[in-house]
Design a protein around this ligand. Structure first.
Ligand code: HEM
Length: 344
């Protein structure tokens, strides 16, 4: 051992071989297929969000009178500010896409079934927290659309039965959207939601680690298992490298834009949330405010308790995969509502 190695071992007495034995579990062969390894993608993109978000915080000013100007300064004044903003925005989009794809793969492979029900429930919380991160981040730009999007969001929260009024007042920092609202959304976006995502992700990974990933029959030519270090780590690193290139290409070709400055007195003609809420927005347009909010809430609750519903469905019809049918109908409905809103 080198002198530096020996020095370090005395000051930092960690047994590397034992550490390797604990962390280097065999990985099932099917995780060689990238769609089974999609769980690492949101984790990587979250790390990108944290790094770029901290750098943006050096310039962003969370005050209603100065927020928009600070974003304008980041976009066109600060050196590489446009790049930072664009990477942050595209990584947010990518994280939402990755979490949705990961959910779809987990659902259609039945990986939420016993004993992984809690992994699924924590996963659902991660999905909701990721969407909340997008929603609160959008509001900080303080352009017309983001300002009015925040107003609509707080009205939707107010329509939630029983707790809605209190929740909306908490979010707005008063009876109406006002100067305190930006502070509330800012704290949510930079502290509470990332903290929740980090905590939930650790719990999620601890559960994945405790149960191991669902065993599937390997395809011909696939090993039954392979080592986490270096094989799986290298797969994840290759995915991270491709994502890094994709984020940079997107940031250069389609950089984050800045709309008109927010005007609390002039409602824009077309208010629209970010694309990942199009399905809910279209659904709200098709129903009344209260029914719309109730529908989205019930759908989210059904998703959380799906492992229990699946048990009942399988008891009722052991030979038919009813869950797959319901899942396909749900995905189609979300895609159709999203496209409808996008093309309207
Ligand atoms: C920030 C978000 C998330 C992260 C970082 C994450 C991470 C991971 C990782 C690394 C795995 C190991 C296998 C794989 O790579 O696919 C995994 C498995 C799993 N995830 Fe997630 N996940 C997230 C969100 C979700 C969501 C939204 C759900 C479902 C609603 C979910 C449900 C599950 C389940 C049930 C497993 C076990 C799969 C199996 O045993 O095959 N996760 N997750």
């Amino acid at each position: 051992m080198s002198a530096i190695g020996a020095w370090l071992k005395t000051r930092f007495p960690i047994d590397v071989d034992r550490l390797r034995a604990v962390t280097d579990e065999p990985i099932p062969g099917h995780l060689k297929r990238w769609w089974f390894a999609l769980g690492g993608t949101p984790a990587y993109l979250f790390a990108v969000q944290i790094v770029t978000g901290i750098l943006l915080l050096f310039y962003y000013v969370p005050e209603p009178g100065r927020a928009y100007d600070s974003v304008a300064e980041i976009t066109s004044g600060v050196r590489f500010g446009w790049w930072l903003r664009s990477i942050h925005k595209w990584a947010a989009t990518g994280m939402i896409v990755a979490v949705c794809l990961h959910t779809i793969r987990v659902f259609f492979t039945g990986a939420y079934r016993k004993p992984r029900e809690l992994t699924w429930v924590v996963g659902c919380m991660l999905l909701f927290a990721t969407l909340t991160a997008g929603l609160t981040g959008y509001s900080l730009v303080y352009e017309q659309l983001s300002y009015w999007g925040t107003t609509v969001t707080s009205n939707l929260v107010a329509a939630v039965p029983v707790l809605g009024g209190t929740l909306a007042r908490f979010l707005r920092g008063g009876a109406e959207v006002g100067p305190a609202t930006l502070t509330r959304f800012f704290v949510l976006h930079v502290a509470i939601v990332p903290g929740a995502i980090a905590t939930l992700a650790m719990l999620h990974l601890a559960l994945v680690r405790a149960h191991g990933v669902t065993e599937l029959e390997p395809r011909r030519g696939e090993p039954r298992t392979f080592p986490l270090i270096p094989d799986h780590v290298l797969t994840e690193l290759s995915i991270a490298l491709v994502l890094m290139i994709a984020l940079n290409v997107l940031a250069i070709l389609l950089p984050a834009e800045l709309g008109e400055r927010a005007s609390p007195t002039a409602t824009p003609e077309h208010i629209r949330p970010e694309w990942y809420f199009y399905f809910a927005f279209r659904w709200l347009k098709l129903t009344s405010l209260r029914m719309g909010v109730l529908g989205v809430g019930v759908a989210a609750a059904i998703m959380v308790v799906w492992p229990a519903i699946d048990v009942v469905l399988r008891r009722l019809s052991p030979r038919r995969e009813l869950s797959v049918l319901f899942g396909a109908a749900a995905v189609l409905a979300v895609v159709a509502l999203t496209l409808w809103e996008a093309l309207a």
